[in-house]
Design a protein around this ligand. Sequence first.
Ligand code: ZN
Length: 316
Amino acid sequence: MKCPVVAVLAVSTLVPNVHCAANQIVWCYHHSSCNESTWAGAAPMCRGTRQSPINIVSHLARSDSSLTPFTFRNYNSTSALTTISNTGNTVQVTIDSGVQISGGGLSEPYDSLQFHLHWGDGSSVPGSEHTVDDKRYAMELHIVNSKSSYNGNTTLAIKDSEGLTALGFFIEEMQGNATDEPKGWWTLTSYLSNITNSGDSVSMAPGISLDDLLVGVDRTKYYRYLGSLTTPNCNEAVVWTVFKDPIKVSRDLIGLFSTTIHFSNSSSQFMTNVYRSIQISQEVTTQPSSSRSLSATCSLGLVVLSLILGTLEVTC
Ligand SMILES: [Zn+2]
């Protein structure tokens, strides 16, 4: 869809926090003229039936043994994060080519294109998009990936019901009085003061990797469901992976997002509560229960069975 320039100008005078790029509608989070209740007017997919985010009800997640571990290629590269930008609705980091994920029950490898964040207002007003058993975390990091066979052509990817895959990581306040931790997050947030206004963008020096940001997360434990982009045009083209463990970040660094970044220019509001509300639930799958406890149960069963049958020719 073409960007309605006249409407942008008209709305921009009233609303500092509108967003418009190629093939994008005018949308925002909070102003009455463009908040999420209006998105479907210009982007009908936003009222679709597999929309994101959702509340994940952990005890309803169905076991699926095809949800194997991922292989993360170049997630340890300290030069793959190239640019950090204020898009007017989030902080986004561009990922260089050659960073890729595969496995994880995905049908083929996907290229990691960018990551961005959702937040509330400091660590006391949480702003993750997904919730688990109605718990909302302080922030959520989304790594957006596109099927490698599309060579970064997201126009093609959004037409495929599994063309994109998003990795969602919760961010939670670190316990104790630590400040400026972890180091990767200190480095990332050190750029925020250079992108305070919408449209600001700066190069990132080599130094931190995706692994440095995804600290403390067991990446073999996750939820999976089929959903959508959480911003217009809300394309239902996303295989979602939401990791169970949160990344722990010190309170001071979480607070920087809602006290440094503006929706528009420095006289506009600070960017706060940048997340979409919960959408109708979807079927969620996850790994079968811990293989350790299964094998323990299995071993005990084997012994009993062996005693009864007088044989050890049983596999579990
Ligand atoms: Zn997102």
